[in-house]
Write a protein that binds this ligand. Structure first.
Ligand SMILES: [Zn+2]
Length: 512
């Protein structure tokens, strides 16, 4: 069986997840669920990045040790992800002993291979970014992202010889077009290489909270938090002896899903670290866009948080939020997310187009056929093909490119044309005229569109997909459903259908 390994960025735990963080996890979850549906042995990793100075500060402010604070916060993150139906296979914490050992092992290997050397760092550091800054990165001495004064550092520490990898990185990026996605990010990274790569500091002196450097290399230093964090993608699998079989099975990763602002870490430093340690490089990095609310990026440091759990509750379910986020904002671009727009789309698409198609069809099957399923005929097949022909191929093509919005557009072609089909065929008139044969064909063609929707919806709205399948009396365990089912209408899996139970009740538009 082909494997697929997908990861997200791991999050600092000094604040609860906001809508922007949720957007990334929902996108990655949609990809993971799609790959499972498509028959891949999928491994989906998420986690928390705990060795940050900000995390340590926040712990002390609350009068807790960083260990205790991180453990509590990791649990909180996991609760949020569970509520949003995120189906990760593993949740890694960078304070896990197995991770810390892997960090030291990789550091040691890179050092022994001659790519880590001692030097003196003199320059700026933004604690909020956890990033070393050049003078030209700052605006009036402030970090442009955090509007905070950058700290001047002068410390003896260890450097990673990133500059030695310019040629190999450039070649790798040019020869592997899928390595950096989307295209804009790829051009940006090639530009950075063109301007010249500088070595990066990979240790901090005098910092307590972090992974200590291997003791034979130095005492009193910890590994720089980014160098530490990136290693989670391999330590989770069991890199450096913890679980060789699993590491070999899933590495290299098929897709690192990350925010576009950390593309440089993932497309330059991370592959160079792996090259320096003789480990294969990941197959692709996808830098998604940001969620804005009326033009302002949603993030903790700037404020303007929309709580994803509150939003999901407002929209009636986590599935509604998942659908609307992925439908509203193309994954490779920035997008605006406002309550008014969202409610309008919810009512038009989920409540009306999909929800009504579902309840109308099931009601008609109850009314005209006592819930039994008419036979699949040549006429039903022709009608179904007119409604849904080509939809699965379009959907697959879009999903493979992480164009989640376009995959929904493809699925929706079937939903909308099924609604038009009802208006054209007027099943109630066929019933009145006693044309049982024609009515059977219409009902069966519609029912197959519902089944198609119950499969294509799994990556987007997994809980609702299950609810649809229960009402259709099809296999309700979505982990057992495959994309093949969407490609093969007309089989004999039907056992009748239930009376409809509303999937997406209408929402009243909030007062402005
Ligand atoms: Zn900053």
């Amino acid at each position: 069986m082909k494997t697929f390994y997908v990861t997200t960025a791991i999050d600092y735990v000094n604040a609860r997840p906001h809508l922007g963080t949720a957007y990334e996890k929902i996108g990655a979850d949609c990809l993971a669920r799609y790959k499972r549906l498509a028959g891949f042995d999928t491994y989906f990793l998420m986690g928390t990045d705990e060795h940050s100075t900000n995390v340590e500060k926040e712990a002390h402010r609350l009068g807790k040790t960083p260990e205790v604070y991180c453990k509590e916060m990791a649990r909180e993150f996991e609760e949020v992800w569970a509520k949003l139906n995120i189906s990760y296979d593993q949740f890694i914490r960078t304070d896990d002993p197995q991770h810390k050992t892997a960090v030291q092992n990789l550091f040691r290997t890179v050092y022994n291979n001659g790519y880590i050397y001692q030097g003196t760092y003199e320059g700026y550091y933004c604690v909020s970014c956890e990033e070393f800054k050049l003078e030209k990165d700052l605006v009036d001495g402030l970090c442009p992202r955090h509007k905070e004064k950058a700290t001047w550092l002068e410390e003896k520490n260890y450097f990673f010889a990133l500059s030695k990898f310019s040629g190999r990185l450039k070649k790798h990026i040019e020869e592997n077009r899928e390595f950096i996605q989307p295209e804009t990010r790829r051009n940006e990274i090639l530009g950075v290489i063109e301007r010249g790569l500088e070595d990066v500091s990979v240790s901090r002196k005098g910092v307590q909270w972090g992974v200590p450097l291997p003791s034979e290399i130095a005492e009193g230093h910890v590994v720089y938090v980014w160098f530490d964090a990136l290693i989670n993608y391999i330590s989770a699998l069991g890199y450096s002896g913890a679980d060789d079989a699993r590491f070999r099975k899933y590495w290299p990763a098929d897709c690192h899903v990350i925010g576009k602002d950390i593309t440089r870490f993932h497309c330059l430093i991370w592959p160079a670290m792996l090259m320096a340690a003789d480990v294969p490089v990941a197959r692709s990095v996808f830098g998604h866009g940001f969620v804005y609310s009326r033009g302002t990026k949603m993030s903790k440091t700037i404020g303007n948080i929309m709580d994803p759990i509150e939003l999901a509750e407002f929209l009636g379910s986590a599935d509604s939020l998942r659908y609307l986020l992925l439908r509203e904002i193309a994954f490779d671009r920035d997008g605006d997310f406002t309550i008014e727009q969202t409610v309008t789309r919810y009512n038009a698409e989920l409540a009306n187009e999909l929800g009504n198609l579902f309840s109308r069809t099931l009601s008609m099957l109850q009314r005209y056929r006592d819930g039994s399923v008419p036979t699949w005929t040549r006429e039903a097949a022709i009608d179904y093909d007119e409604i849904a022909g080509g939809v699965v191929d379009e959907y697959v093509n879009a999903m493979d490119q992480l164009s989640f919005d376009q995959a929904i557009v493809a699925w929706w072609k079937a939903v909308q044309s099924a609604n038009r089909y009802i208006e054209q065929k007027k099943p109630w008139e066929l019933s009145r005229a006693g044309d049982a044969r024609a009515l059977d064909d219409v009902l069966r063609a519609l029912l197959e569109v519902l089944r198609l929707s119950s499969v294509l919806s799994i990556p987007f709205t997994p809980v609702k997909a299950e609810a649809m399948r229960r009402q259709l009396r099809l296999e309700p365990d979505i982990s057992k459903v495959t994309l093949e089912e969407a490609r093969s209408p007309g089989d004999d899996a039907w056992k009748g259908v239930d009376s409809p139970d509303p999937l997406f009740p209408k929402i009243e538009t909030p007062a402005k």
